[in-house]
Write a protein that binds this ligand. Sequence first.
Ligand code: NAD
Length: 269
Amino acid sequence: MDSLNLNDKAAIVTGGATLIGAKVVEALEAAGASVVSADINAEDGAKVADALGDRVVFSHTDVTDDAQLDSLVQQCVDSFGGIDILVNAAATYEDDGMDTTRAGWLAALDVNLVSGVLLTNRVAPHMAARGGGSVINFASIAGKRATNLFFVYGVSKAAILGVTRNEAVKLADDGIRVNSVSPGWTWSNPIQAMSGDDRAMVDEMAGNFHLPRRIADPEEVAKVVVFLASDWSSFITGEDIAIDGGYTAIGPEQMGQPLEAFLAAAPEG
Ligand SMILES: NC(=O)c1ccc[n+]([C@@H]2O[C@H](COP(=O)([O-])OP(=O)(O)OC[C@H]3O[C@@H](n4cnc5c(N)ncnc54)[C@H](O)[C@@H]3O)[C@@H](O)[C@H]2O)c1
């Protein structure tokens, strides 16, 4: 059996400047791919790319700008001869819940949802010219479950599940597979910042709703993305893979004490 490798493959990763995106870029590169990492955060994006050598380049790209999407696609073709893999990971958490204004909704959906579709549509002919490709969209547990933290963000991630299925149908005849990943809580820039860089505290708190009793490492997300990018997932398309430590598998009483207390208090027999 062939070993999993992405030798001679070219990839675009949006959101490549942040911890999760950077680990995706690193894992794709380690598997043999050449990568254009794109982000609006030029400083961190360039730092990540520079540390990884010649097969990774950074593109300062705002994914909501059509002309910049065109340049991004062209940069990958010019640098690496084509495009085989696209990872849509750029996202915003801008969210005022049900008080979000129309402008706020449109701005958030533009980054999280619409831009990924527009980029996929631009990339598809290049993948088709190479005989096929793989698109991986970032969804989330927040797209499957209501949470106190998110509203607009969660809706945008729920919509990505639908987009993924529709893109898989539209692009199948060109040999392009489209899937999404839905991570649970993952050690990332936002969680690092919110916790004051206290991983142990986050593991202790969020471990109550992930079966491994901790949050994910960004590498654990990146490895699944590499699997979906590779031929090892050749019969998977239109699918979402949960990387959530069982978050969406368990019911609310599974991890806590209330049920245990109830059973202990129940009369014998
Ligand atoms: N952190 C988690 O626990 C978690 C859980 C599930 C899913 N995710 C998903 O993982 C991905 C990374 O999220 P993160 O938590 O690391 O957040 P993050 O904010 O650190 O990363 C998002 C990245 O997207 C970039 N970005 C934002 N707007 C952009 C634009 N207009 N053009 C180009 N780039 C832009 C940002 O600069 C940033 O680098 C997102 O798709 C997120 O939904 C994260």
